[in-house]
Write a protein of this length. Structure first.
Length: 94
């Protein structure tokens, strides 16, 4: 199976064909994959606003795209953890 980062990168690439550049920049490209567990793809965000927007507006489309990439039903869980977020962000920029 592909790494979670590879799966997320493909998801973001696919979503960019359906969502506006503004949505991608503000909400999607600022999300980081944390782990995969029990058919859940765990995403980490920096703040409660982002968490709320992702869950309320983009959860279904993200789950649909993820499911098509991995070949089985996937759900997402969006967690808020500023420390983990900053750590992942720092490592992804290198």
């Amino acid at each position: 199976m592909k790494s979670i980062q590879n799966i997320w990168d493909k998801t973001v690439e696919t979503l960019s064909g359906s969502l506006s550049e503004t949505v991608m920049k503000l909400w999607i490209k600022t999300v980081y994959p944390l782990k995969y567990e029990n058919d859940y793809f765990i995403l980490v965000v920096e703040n409660t606003i982002q968490q709320s927007i992702i869950i309320s507006k983009y959860k279904d489309i993200i789950e649909d795209v993820l499911s098509s990439i991995v070949g089985f039903d996937m759900k997402i869980s969006v967690v808020l953890d500023k420390k983990i977020y900053e750590n992942i962000k720092k490592h992804s920029e290198n």
